[in-house]
Write a protein that binds this ligand. Structure first.
Ligand code: CO
Length: 134
């Protein structure tokens, strides 16, 4: 079912500082900051040779990463995103196996304009998993 790692997302308390660290200290290529109000985050993409890191900063009053940052004030790894060929087939297989799909269970359009789903971290060793269909 799983393909490549599409990205690893890191929640950060200050996107400017985090971007500077990745660009200037780690020497990575970083995107402009992009506000995604429908996801409650502002994101910067760090382009690596084999994958991307997404730096996420809360946007708006009820950002889905606000509670995570309260528990992890200096930031932390928030989720990992795997590519799948068929997101509906993957969802149905996982649901049949007892995994919990977050939200209403239907794919939403993710940061890259592709359908995504999130799976409950308690079903995946404490890691929030995102699936993305390319
Ligand atoms: Co993601």
């Amino acid at each position: 079912m799983l393909g490549r790692v599409n990205h690893i997302a890191i929640a950060v308390p200050d996107l400017g500082t985090a971007t500077t660290t990745y660009r200037d200290t780690l020497g990575a290529r970083v995107s402009q900051a992009q506000a995604l109000p429908e996801h409650g985050v502002t994101v910067v993409f760090v382009e690596l040779p084999n994958t991307k890191v997404e730096l996420l900063e809360p946007l708006g009053a009820d950002s889905p990463i606000a509670a995570f940052l309260e528990k992890n004030p200096s930031g932390g790894m928030h989720h990992i995103c795997y590519e799948v060929d068929d997101i509906i087939a993957a969802r149905d297989t996982l649901k049949a196996a007892g995994a919990r799909v977050l939200g209403d269970g239907n794919p939403k359009t993710g940061a890259h304009g592709k359908p995504v789903l999130f799976l409950h971290p308690k079903d995946f060793n404490g890691t929030l998993v995102e699936l993305e269909q390319l």
